[in-house]
Structures are given as C-alpha cells and as structure tokens.
Design a protein around this ligand. Structure first.
Ligand SMILES: [Zn+2]
Ligand SMILES: [Zn+2]
Length: 128
C-alpha cells in the first residue's frame, strides 16, 4: 500500500496542469484512491514545507501545485491560467546584488493568454 503522501506527490509530479488540491483529490479518486479532501490538503502542506513540491499562488485563484524542477510562469491576467516557461536562470544575477544567501526565486510574469486575446479581439479568430 502506498502512503497518501506518495500518491499525492506522484500526481503532482506527473501532471503539468498546475492542479489545485480539489483537482488532485478528483484525479486520485478517478484512479481508485479515495481519501478525504482534508487529507489531500494536509499532505500538500506537508510536502510543500519539506520542499518536495512547489505552490503557485495567484491572487483571486486557489493555490496550485507544481513540480520543483526550475521553471518560471506566465500568468494570464484575465483567466489566471499558468503556462510554464523557462527563462534564463537569474539566480546568479540576483545573488550578485545581495550579500544574503538566496535559496530560490519565484518569477511570475503577467500576460494575456492566446485564448483570452482571441475573446478580446474576435476579429483575429482566423489566427492559426
Ligand atoms: Zn487567459
Ligand atoms: Zn509550472
């Protein structure tokens, strides 16, 4: 029997969908693992505090969970959708500007996602 924490960790690591706790809960249920939503929340908090998963917070949206592997996020200002993007690693650049030892940074860049751009400008729906 796998522990709940392992099942939750696997679900987060295997997905690139930036799932919320509720989506993780539903995905586990669909694959036959029933656990209380509170259990999912507790394990996510624990995994996050152990530095095994990453939590992505966007104002006005529920927290989403992500793998630790270094990458950045484009965040749609309209719908809050997250898109993975890998900008050049800025750790050294940032570190050169402070004497404090930096552990990591979290970069979220706002934009308007293609889907929202299309709804805003219906005339351009002929774009590929
Ligand atoms: Zn959008
Ligand atoms: Zn991500």
């Amino acid at each position: 029997m796998k522990k709940n924490a392992d099942l939750i960790l696997e679900t987060v690591l295997q997905s690139s969908a930036h799932m919320t706790a509720e989506e993780i809960h539903a995905a586990l249920r669909d694959s036959g693992h029933r656990m209380a939503l509170a259990t999912v929340y507790n394990n996510l908090a624990q995994l996050h505090s152990e530095g095994r998963i990453r939590k992505v917070c966007v104002e006005g949206h529920p927290d989403r969970y992500d793998k630790m592997i270094r990458h950045d996020h484009l965040v749609c200002r309209r719908c809050g959708k997250l898109t993975d993007i890998c900008f050049q690693d800025l750790t050294k650049l940032l570190q050169s500007q402070t004497d404090e030892e930096l552990l990591s940074y979290d970069l979220q860049v706002s934009y308007i996602c293609p889907a929202c751009r299309r709804t805003a400008h219906p005339a351009s729906t002929t774009d590929p």
